[in-house]
Design a protein around this ligand. Structure first.
Ligand code: TIU
Length: 220
């Protein structure tokens, strides 16, 4: 099997070696009053990818293939949040402060929930992550190894921050990654475009870039 992609078709040895990775589609980044908003971003523009992420989620559920969603968040005592991360930025609300959706970027708070449109089913794994990458101080790699996953289809927000960091972490660990270009979004269109170009430049130095339609045409 192959998925049409840049810089060349993405080889998929078996659907049983692939997982869908959905990065941080949580209210903190997508709804007003969360961390993304506190950083001064126009959060509404991230909503455009919801339908494509839903299509991928539906297909993976239909074929009973593994799905992992991550949420960026910290323990209530912020013991896993370096002061450098908490102090960064000029927003009125910092990590751990109380905002309209509860404490900013704290696990379990209302703002830390995945948006209702993509709510995981009870048996689906959610990976809490304290950093931008989904491998740093998380259980993700153990889950992937247990299931024999070698290939990751990566979606979510934001393209140049948590998505790209995760893709680079995965690539260095030997995973074959495809970034789904119309299922990832950034607060900065130019940064998204640059990320799409840089990850698949130099013959796919970090991996592949493809569309939701192309992924689904291969799976269906
Ligand atoms: N600020 C920003 O663009 N992103 C983050 O802080 N986290 C994620 O990308 N999930």
């Amino acid at each position: 099997m192959e998925i049409p992609a840049k810089p060349y078709p993405y080889p998929l040895p078996s659907p049983h070696q692939v997982a869908l990775l959905i990065i941080d589609m949580q209210r903190d980044f997508i709804e007003p009053g969360g961390f993304g908003d506190a950083l001064g971003n126009e959060v509404g523009r991230l909503r455009s990818i919801i339908p494509n992420v839903q299509r991928l989620l539906t297909a993976f559920r239909r074929y009973q293939l593994p799905i992992f969603q991550t949420v960026e968040g910290h323990q209530p005592d912020l013991s896993d949040c370096p002061p450098s991360k908490r102090d960064r930025g000029h927003g009125s609300l910092k990590i751990g402060d109380t905002g309209p959706m509860g404490r900013i970027l704290v696990l379990g708070e209302p703002g830390n929930q995945i948006i209702p449109e993509l709510a995981p089913l009870p048996d689906e794994v959610i990976i809490p992550k304290p950093g931008k990458g989904a491998f740093f101080n998380t259980s993700l790699e153990a889950h992937l190894q247990e299931k024999g996953i070698t290939h990751l289809l990566i979606t979510g927000v934001t393209t140049e921050v948590c998505v790209q960091t995760t893709m680079r972490e995965a690539n260095d660990r030997g995973y074959e990654c495809l970034l789904v270009e119309d299922a990832t979004e950034s607060y900065f269109p130019a940064f998204k475009q640059a990320t799409l170009e840089m990850v698949c430049a130099q013959g796919g130095i970090v991996g592949w870039v493809g569309t939701t339609d192309d992924v689904l045409s291969c799976l269906d």
